[in-house]
Write a protein that binds this ligand. Structure first.
Ligand code: ATP
Ligand code: MG
Length: 428
């Protein structure tokens, strides 16, 4: 149908109509149920924050901060940013609410919209949605395992069984400093530097690790021979990673190690991971996460270890759809009320009210249409019952109750005070 609106929604954003929103409500409720089983509590943080939060928290050298933020100046001349990810806000709240002083370990999750100025394409939008979990205060690698397991269990609960777990350790800050020097030397080699894109040449100077984020084929080819981080890990880094991989193996969780998976955010340390699907083509990452032991400190708090993940909800729904998922069965309407004639219509409010007070869903015709059109509407709404009455029925103090799935009808009292829920249960 041709759009009748002169004002269009912004590119990379979308509207959810009731059929679609039911899928989202379903998805959110499944996520909340698994989070509860893992004892994670929901945190709701603002969708706009001071720009500085992401400059510091996400990192100046990331693509997100350099190219993808929706930043605006408000009337008070403050720089605000629509959040591109959730983790910095969660950590800001953790510090602002002094959570660390109350309990040593916090397990928090969030669900909500994120905003990134990216080129819209399949699986990549400007307003998209993530759920994520953060475990703040745990040094132990068993926390990494818990978070990876949680991430995986949500996918399994949703019916996504074939996502692949990709794992790496990017070491502690110490190991990375060492590695960065080595990697920079490689990137500056004339035979390499000459072929790198402009972004990667800039990354060589600012944060060499970021070259692995580059999605350009030319750079990917040159980077094949780049040194990898594993040789630079400290003994503690190695021990930590071994605990993670051995625990996963013990749990029967298969993974692949990708030494070039550095993840797009500056704050990661040690374990990084992604779950990928083969069903979506280029935009194949469903969730990403890892340990970020440095972030709390970067945002002004005491040194505090943390680990978490974030998952893209549009990509998860797309994966389900690609696997032949038929969606959520819409709730049926319980009763469609068909009132014929003015007197019957004048009692509609009381009738609908009585049904709704019984906890039933009830609807009626608001356009003054005849019985035939009303019955058609009842059918379209998938009503289980049609309650029909006109002048005659009111004189007899009766109404007709039609069982829409069966070819039968019964008389019920027009006195709504005698009604019970049982009257509207299916009997056949
Ligand atoms: P990519 O490499 O695809 O750009 P990313 O590293 O930017 O991903 P994260 O910041 O780790 O992604 O976000 C976690 C998840 O959120 C991704 O795995 C993906 O499923 C989803 N996601 C990220 N950006 C978008 C977007 N613009 N539109 C839809 N989903 C997105
Ligand atoms: Mg990205």
């Amino acid at each position: 149908m041709k759009s009748q609106s002169e004002i269009r929604r912004l590119q990379g954003t979308f509207d959810l109509l009731p059929g679609d929103s039911a899928r989202w409500v379903w998805l959110e409720s499944r996520i909340r149920a698994v989070m509860a089983r893992y004892s994670f509590g929901e945190i709701r943080v603002p969708i706009m924050e001071p720009t500085e939060l992401f400059q510091k928290g996400t990192g100046e050298t990331t693509d997100i901060v350099q190219k993808e933020m929706y930043t605006l100046t408000d009337r008070g001349n403050r720089s605000l940013t629509l959040r591109p990810e959730g983790t910095p806000s969660v950590v800001r709240a953790y510090l602002e609410e002094s959570l660390g002083a109350q309990r040593p370990l916090w397990k928090l999750f969030y669900i909500g919209p994120m905003f990134r100025a990216e080129r819209p394409q399949k699986g990549r939008y400007r307003q998209f949605h993530q759920y994520g979990a953060e475990m703040i205060g745990a040094t132990s690698p068993s926390a990494d395992v818990e978070v990876i397991t949680l991430c995986r269990d949500i996918l399994l609960d949703l019916g996504i069984h074939d996502a692949k777990l990709i794992l790496n350790s990017i070491g502690s800050a110490e190991a990375r400093a060492d590695y960065n020097t080595n990697l920079r030397q490689f990137l500056l080699r004339p035979d390499i530097a000459g072929g790198l894109c402009e972004d990667c040449r800039r990354r060589t100077q600012t944060n060499p690790l970021r070259v692995f984020d580059c999605k350009k084929e030319g750079c990917g080819r040159l980077l094949r021979d780049a040194p990898t981080i594993d040789a630079h890990l400290t003994a503690e880094d190695r021990q930590h990673f071994e605990f993670v991989t051995q625990s996963l193996a013990g749990l029967g969780i298969t993974y692949e190690i990708d030494l070039r998976m550095v993840r797009g955010l500056d704050y990661y340390t040690r374990t990084t991971f992604e779950f990928k699907t083969t069903r979506l083509g280029a935009q194949d990452a469903l969730c990403g996460g890892g340990r970020y032991d440095g972030l709390v400190e970067v945002l002004g708090g005491p040194p505090t270890p943390a680990v978490g993940f974030a998952a893209g909800m549009e990509r998860i729904l797309a994966t389900l759809e690609e696997s032949g998922w038929s969606g959520v069965t819409p709730e049926r309407l319980d009763v469609f009320v068909c009132a014929i004639g003015d007197r019957a219509r004048s009692t509609l409010g009381a009738t609908l009210g009585a049904l709704r007070r019984l906890g039933l869903s009830a609807d009626t015709d608001f356009q003054g249409r005849g019985l035939k059109a009303q019955m058609k509407e009842a059918g379209r709404a998938g009503a289980r019952f049609a309650l029909i009455f006109g002048e005659d029925e009111l004189i007899r103090e009766q109404m007709s109750l039609r069982y829409m799935d069966e070819a039968r009808q019964a008389d019920i009292s027009a006195d709504t005070s005698t009604w019970t829920r049982g009257l509207f249960e299916k009997t056949a």
